[in-house]
Ligand binder design. Structure first.
Ligand SMILES: C[S@@+](CC[C@H](N)C(=O)[O-])C[C@H]1O[C@@H](n2cnc3c(N)ncnc32)[C@H](O)[C@@H]1O
Length: 203
């Protein structure tokens, strides 16, 4: 999928509604504090973060897609949001990020990354001591979800127990997860069922 091409039409009714549900789940598993600095990686157009900025001190959004970041920056300007910043950046090219985050969250971006252990180790480093991680991801599927994307080389969702083991190995503690959302996605003429889970942990 070319996210630069998708960027201008990314915000549709379904994704806006889903992002609100995701943000509510983040607020359910992490007690959000007004002094928290947060990082969202793979933010896309910031649909999730737009539901959270009122409850946090500041949010840095990063995404590899310049198109997504341009759309997000336009929204930040239009809505005059003062405590959100957006940068085109790969989470694995983290030299520009300062490790001071109380909370890092990501929604449906991790499965696009091949070496997730490297990325999650990086997120651990970027968190303050006792900081929270929150991962929203696809439950494992048989490949149907990305069937139409011939260049897709990521993960067909994740097995929650396997992902938990990776987080534990890195050093995260108090890891919990559960599925909270299910829907259908149209792939051409075919309707594909999928579900999302949230996994939280503490440094
Ligand atoms: C499926 S979209 C999800 C967008 C948004 N989180 C949402 O829920 O609407 C995945 C996003 O992750 C971004 N992404 C993929 N790999 C990335 C990486 N290594 N670093 C930062 N962003 C990445 C893509 O550019 C894309 O915008």
């Amino acid at each position: 999928m070319d996210f630069n091409i998708q960027a201008t039409n990314w915000d549709n009714e379904k994704r806006i509604k889903r992002a609100k549900i995701i943000a509510d789940q983040i607020a359910r598993v992490v007690k959000l504090e007004q002094y928290y600095s947060a990082l969202e990686f793979g933010s896309g157009t910031g649909l999730v973060s737009f539901n959270l900025y009122d409850n946090l001190k500041d949010i840095t959004c990063i995404d590899t897609s310049q198109g997504m970041i341009d759309t997000l920056n336009l929204k930040i300007q239009q809505h005059q949001v003062k405590n959100m910043r957006a940068h085109q950046l790969d989470i694995n090219d983290d030299c520009l990020l300062i490790p001071t985050y109380d909370l890092i969250y990501t929604s449906m971006a991790l499965h696009h990354i091949v070496d997730i252990e490297r990325t999650l180790t990086n997120l651990y480093r970027l968190l303050k001591k006792y900081g929270y991680i929150c991962i929203i991801e696809l439950d494992e599927d048989d490949g149907s979800f990305h069937e139409s994307e011939k260049d897709f080389i990521g993960h067909n969702g994740f097995n929650q127990n396997e992902l938990k083991k990776v987080l534990e190995k890195i050093g995260f503690q108090r890891i919990e997860s559960y599925s909270f959302y299910s829907d259908k996605k149209m792939i051409g003429e075919v309707s594909v069922d999928y579900s999302l889970f949230i996994m939280s942990g503490k440094k």
